[in-house]
Design a protein around this ligand. Structure first.
Ligand code: PLP
Length: 449
């Protein structure tokens, strides 16, 4: 970080990050000569690493053919081909793709599609959405209202729609009671969700929205077995839709294309982004079931929503190339293998660490949670800004990792998230854990722990 001024408005208004001037594989190169391992793929974005030659070639080809055509007038070959790869494979399943520029837009579209579906079905009273605390669904006002990240919501609270309410997340480390089994925990969460449907009134909920594996706010939190089946059953019984947000955990990150494949449920609407385009272009998508689209097709006939850069041909071509590489190179198997290695190395390095309370995740999506006291699971004082300090220390030592939590009430525990590119080698996974271990220990020492 430097204190030189920049005309680019960065998140920190006091410091300007170094310029990235290149990248290769899992590495990013900074202007000051540093090589930084992109161990969190930015924020679980760079699933193929940097400057993948096949993706670059596909983008160059598309750019030289057609960069942009407005979707009010044209479709495009890459958009059609990308949709074919993503949807229409399961009878009665997700059948249509709506391409946007990122995750928040995908969530906004999902919320609006659910609402419009119920209007067109003659159920306009379905105005409520239930989501979960400690979740993140994006930074636009609709997505922020849906999310349960107290810190991100706080300044904008007066602007956020009251249509969204929040229930307890399936976050075993913090929410499960002592002595409670997984089944009992799931039953308690299901009862709470059922009670929320009842509180809001019969037939008044449009959808329940959740991340199958929680990303940014809580750090790679998987749900106990049976949780999503219970949630699906409750939604079905109440005639509500299930919207799954796989912006961070989707597109292979957990070892299957969609994280929900490992939960024994399928959503009615799904949001994807990050790993869809792997960072080569800004792209996200809302995937929707045929039943929803057919209802609107035979009703008003149009989805009442839109953005200028919908289904951008160059973005779709980049995402298509990314998805082709994942499939052709068998990278889902590699995510599973390297994921096991990452879990094992994290357990070896941090399993007995007195300030690491939890090691959690799936596939190549893992987090460690830092605690002041393991026995009581007490978090560190948020004023220490431990997760930010670890991020800075790791970065100075050539490791990019994604910090979270611990900053305000409602976001519990400092954690550090790892989401390495799917192409990471065995040696690179080892190096990531080594560097993280050094950064964690250096920071804890600096705050006398
Ligand atoms: N949903 C989830 C689960 C996310 O992790 C994010 C971003 O981190 C978003 C939505 C918002 O995506 P974007 O930042 O692309 O708007």
């Amino acid at each position: 970080m430097s204190t030189r001024t920049s005309r680019v408005l960065h998140r920190s208004l006091r410091e300007t990050p170094p310029k990235a001037i290149g990248g290769e594989g899992i590495y990013l190169f900074a202007e000051d000569g540093r090589r930084v391992i992109d161990a969190s793929g930015g924020a679980a974005v760079s699933c193929l690493g940097h400057q993948h030659p096949r993706v670059i070639a596909a983008m160059a080809k598309q750019a030289s053919t057609l960069a942009y055509a407005h979707t009010a007038f044209f479709s495009s070959e890459p958009a059609e081909a990308l949709a074919e790869t993503l949807v229409g494979h399961e009878p009665g399943g997700l059948a249509y793709a709506y391409f946007v520029s990122g995750g928040s837009e995908a969530i906004e579209a999902s919320i609006k599609l659910a609402r419009q579906y119920f209007i067109e079905r003659g159920e306009p009273q379905r105005q409520h959405f239930i989501a979960r605390r400690q979740s993140y669904h994006g930074n636009t006002l609709g997505a922020l209202a849906a999310g349960g990240n107290a810190w991100r919501r706080a300044p904008y609270a007066p602007l956020l729609s009251a249509a969204f309410s929040h229930v307890t997340p399936a976050f075993a480390y913090h929410e499960k009671h002592d002595g409670e089994s997984d089944a009992q925990f799931v039953a308690r969460l299901a009862a709470e969700l059922e009670a929320e449907f009842q509180r809001l009134g019969p037939n008044s909920v449009a959808a329940f929205l959740a991340e199958p594996v929680v990303g940014a706010t809580a750090g790679a939190v998987t749900a106990p077995d049976g949780y999503f089946r219970a949630v699906r059953e409750i939604c079905d019984r109440h005639g509500a839709l299930l919207i799954l947000d796989e912006v961070m955990c989707g597109m292979g990150r957990t070892g299957t294309t969609h994280a929900w494949e490992q939960e024994g449920v399928a959503p009615d609407i799904q949001a994807i982004a990050k790993g869809l385009g792997g960072g080569y272009q800004p792209i996200g998508a809302m995937l929707a079931s045929g039943r929803i689209i057919d209802t609107i097709r035979s009703g008003s006939g149009a989805f009442q929503h839109g953005h200028t850069y919908l289904a951008h041909p160059l973005a779709c071509a980049a995402a298509l190339a990314v998805q082709d590489v994942i499939r052709e190179d068998g990278l889902l198997d590699r995510v599973k293998e390297r994921g096991k290695q990452l879990e094992q190395r994290l357990t070896e390095r941090f399993g007995n660490h007195r300030h690491v309370g939890d090691i959690r995740g799936r596939g190549l999506f893992w987090a460690i949670e830092l605690v002041a006291d393991r026995a009581s699971r007490t978090s560190f004082d948020p004023a220490l800004k431990l997760n930010q300090k670890i991020k800075a220390e790791a970065f100075a030592n050539g490791l990019g990792c994604y910090p979270g939590g611990g900053t305000v009430d409602g976001v519990r525990g400092d954690h550090v998230l790892l989401a390495p590119p799917y192409i990471a080698s065995v040696a690179e996974i080892d190096l990531i854990v080594d560097k993280l271990g050094t950064a964690v220990d250096n920071v804890l020492r600096s705050v006398n722990h």
